[in-house]
Design a protein around this ligand. Structure first.
Ligand code: ARG
Length: 657
């Protein structure tokens, strides 16, 4: 049931003859919205005032003539005009009751399928496989999975693709590491752990050498900042009271602080590395390691036998590791082409860019210059190597040929914003303007120290132990043997509950924050039974299940409560019903800007509304059997809606907790 659409359609009938301009009609209909003040109205149409000029009539008169023509008596119990011409609508309890009944009997809970399905390709998760996966990839996985599920449920054709980074410099790192530092025994016993160690080792050496190389630059930076202060000070001597120059001086002095801080941070990196004797020894023996890593990567890309052989040997192990995380999170993809899949297509991409006069040679590199950007997009380096951007161009072109998507979403963290803006600009220039390309950007997961959250070892294994921790915390919170239902549960059931609540907590935390903002990863808060948490919603669901079980014991099972009509008499019943009937509107709304937090907000609100309904209205002990059965139907639909909503977010429920 899309209530908003229904109401707008009724207004359209009246407004269409009054307004000739379709754009104006559209904009006017957009001004019909759910009311923010529940005590005044369920829906409000603020249309009369803006039409005053166009129609040349006072708003009150416009509102009156709209209301006169409006046919909503089947769905509204009251239509009134307030103030200078606001139209207030109150839905009729009878109509809402019949819609609640219909939704409760429908396996889709009354949610329709879109009449014009779109093809959407969703690129999410997409970790770099030889590198330890981090929480950012979990966030991409969770958000991408939720978006895919909701779009599918609404009837769109959704294709999911995990764009694995299986071809980049990180492989050069482990190939180099494998050739020079491997421990045969460890590799045989635990290949992924050993590859991870090799990756970190090479990365560590390379990072140290980079920082060491940066020091003179940062020292110079401090020097320059000081010079600037001196310059401004001299200027100020000539014009001691010039406010602009005084400001300039303050800025220059801040510049010194910033430069000093940069130098200090870089020195600290170097000093902390220097405390690691092994690292220093390795660094001396492997100077300019990053260049060597690039050479290994280039050899792989050239198809050189040894490196390609190692890549083939490493890849399945790396993938297994990542797949175990997906199994745990219960996430699947339609495709997992990965970057390597596109390698052979890259020369053709560059050729096409030349053929369309979009690429130019600049200092030996192939670049695409774009209006509005300082730096070009580099698609091939001087040494012939292709880049991340080249692969993304090839990927998008392949997807166009293969799937002809209407929508193409990239669920990737916000730091890649510029990459995607450029990518989309180039694609548009190439003529792919039929597709709505979007970067579904998300913020960083922060630790309580205000720095980006890192799992203890920063590894995939660390990620799994993070999931384990969430599960064991959930166990403490929901399965306290001294309280409630958990006393009667066996261990297997407790484990299942803890798993559902723990993993739900991690996913919900990723989803309930506005996706573009950073959020602080706080395990204690996530598993709490109160507040905007998955546990609270799962708990509400379990409570409803318990009510329905008790009803069943009284002989009031589903078939019996469905035999009586729903009657909405109390305010809290109306509140819950209205919210239930907004489910479909909310799902559509959440896909306008792909904001799953609208779904968590909706579910949280539903759980709270149910709780106040349950406080105010007796269900099992209602004054009449009819009233009890009517309220049970409402209860049942709330339960199903909570379950469906969580399911769309990839989160499970349990029947008791
Ligand atoms: N592998 C990249 C990373 O870990 C993300 C890839 C996102 N998808 C894409 N088509 N660029 O940062």
């Amino acid at each position: 049931m899309q209530i908003l659409q229904l109401i707008r359609d009724r207004f359209r009938v009246v407004l269409e003859p009054m307004l000739q301009d379709p754009a104006l009609l559209g904009a006017t209909l957009e001004r019909i919205v759910p009311s923010r003040e529940a005590q005044l109205a369920d829906y409000q149409a603020n249309i009369a005032m803006p039409l005053q000029k166009v129609l040349g009539k006072p708003p009150l008169e416009i509102a009156k003539s709209v209301v006169d023509g409006l046919q909503v008596s089947d769905i509204c119990s009251n239509v009134s005009i307030a103030g200078a011409g606001y139209i207030n609508l109150r839905l009729s309890p009878e109509w809402m009751a019949s819609e609640v009944m219909a939704a409760d009997r429908d396996e889709r809970l009354g949610v329709g399928r879109v009449s014009q399905p779109k093809t959407a390709i969703i690129d999410y998760s997409s970790p770099n496989v030889a590198k330890p996966m981090h929480v950012g990839h979990i966030r991409s996985t969770v958000i991408g999975d939720a978006i895919s599920k909701v779009m599918r449920f609404l009837g769109h054709r959704v294709i999911t693709d995990n764009h694995l980074g299986d071809w980049g410099t990180q492989f050069g790192m482990i190939i180099y590491g494998y050739k020079h530092f491997r421990d045969e025994g460890r590799y045989a016993a635990q290949p992924v752990a050993e590859l991870s160690r090799l990756y970190r080792k090479v990365q560590g050496i390379s990072g140290y050498q980079e920082s060491l190389g940066n020091l003179p630059k940062f020292e110079q930076g401090v020097e320059q900042a000081h010079n600037r202060v001196r310059m401004v000070e001299e200027k100020l001597q000539g014009t001691p009271n010039d406010k602009k120059v005084i400001k300039e001086l303050a800025a220059a002095q801040r510049g010194v602080e910033v430069a000093k801080e940069e130098l200090r941070a870089e020195r600290e990196k170097v000093e902390s590395a220097q405390r690691d004797e092994e690292l220093i020894r390795d660094s001396q023996a492997h100077s300019n390691i990053y260049e060597k890593v690039l050479a290994e990567t280039a050899a792989l890309h050239r198809g050189e036998e040894e490196n390609l052989g190692l890549w083939h040997a490493f890849l399945p192990n790396c993938k297994d590791e990542i797949h175990s995380v997906y199994r745990r999170l219960n996430v699947e993809f339609d495709h997992e082409y990965g970057e390597s899949f596109y390698h052979a297509m890259l020369p053709a991409v560059v050729e096409e860019l030349f053929a369309k006069s979009m690429a130019v040679n600049s200092d030996g590199a192939v670049c695409v210059f774009l209006d509005g950007f300082d730096a070009p997009m580099i698609v091939q380096k001087q040494d012939g190597a292709y880049l991340y951007a080249t692969t993304d161009l090839a990927t998008a072109m392949f997807r166009e040929r293969e799937f002809a998507p209407d929508i193409s979403l990239y669920v990737v963290d916000h730091r890649q914003g510029e990459h995607f803006t450029k990518l989309f600009a180039v694609l548009k220039k190439l003529g792919y303007d039929r597709t709505d390309f979007r970067h579904i950007s998300f913020g960083t997961v922060m630790g309580s120290d205000g720095k980006p959250f890192k799992t203890r070892s920063g590894s995939t294994v660390g990620l799994e132990s993070m999931l384990d921790e969430a599960v064991s915390r959930a166990m403490e919170v929901v399965c306290d043997p001294t309280t409630g239902a958990s006393g009667q549960m066996d261990q297997a059931e407790q484990q299942l509950i803890a798993e559902t609540v723990g993993l739900g907590a991690i996913k919900y935390a990723d989803l309930c924050h506005n996706r573009t903002s950073n959020y602080i990863f706080d395990m204690d808060k996530m598993v709490r039974l109160e507040g905007n948490t998955s546990a609270y919603i799962q708990y509400s669901y379990a409570r409803i299940k318990s009510i329905l079980r008790k009803a069943e014991e009284k002989g009031w099972g589903e078939s019996s409560f469905r035999s009586v009509p729903v009657r909405l008499t109390e305010g809290s019943e109306g509140g819950v019903s209205l919210h239930l009937l907004r489910f479909e509107d909310m799902l559509h709304q959440s896909m306008v800007d792909y904001t799953p937090n609208m779904i968590t907000e909706y579910l949280y609100e539903l759980a709270k509304l149910f709780s106040s309904f349950y406080d105010q209205c007796s269900v099992l002990n209602a004054s009449t059997r009819e009233e009890a059965l009517s309220r049970l139907q409402l209860t049942s639909l709330v339960g199903k809606t909570l379950r469906k909503g969580l399911e769309l977010l990839g989160i499970g429920v349990v029947d008791r907790m």
